[in-house]
Design a protein around this ligand. Sequence first.
Ligand SMILES: [Zn+2]
Length: 208
Amino acid sequence: MNVRDQIPKRRSTPTKNPTGKRWSEHKPDLKEDFNSCCGYCGSFDGFRHTYFEVDHFIPKSLFEKNGNIEYCQYDNLIYSCKFCNNKKGKLWPSQDENVPIINDEGFIDVCEAEYEKHLYRTSRGSIMWNTPLGKWMATKAFKFDERERSIIILWNLNELRKIIDALIIELNNYKEDADNYLVIRTNLGTYTIQYYIYHKELMAYYNG
Ligand SMILES: [Zn+2]
């Protein structure tokens, strides 16, 4: 499976045109373009465990020195959960903004389909790698291995959320005494219990 449900796609013309250090004004556009999910780990932004930030793909610390990239340059921005953003930090192995990858270390823009060639999602919901570069991103940069449990919980919660939403819509198509209504309601109950268990674990994780 892919790490993200959908490959994010940045719009060509953002709705805002901020200057200076006001890049956070792009956040609503990024949220939409990234389908409300972290570009790196694919976590959905609707759960309390994490909040979302605007990451600079080529780090600020690098382009501040040579001034070739603007803080608000939309094609350098990524909708990112705080964990991925913090772990990535100033990392940029080549130290050259024109060289994103050197010796199997570095980053692929998450809006490129190629990102999914280096990493994949297991059926349990964790994130693994296919290539040395994928391994570097997963273990040295984003620390998906250290964060495995929370990544699994967040992924499963979001999968269950989508199933439950779809079942509720379907349920409304039937009268309460219809056979289909009872079948759907039974399934809904099963998924809702799973959702509740994951959510409880997430809260324990959050508080712990
Ligand atoms: Zn993330």
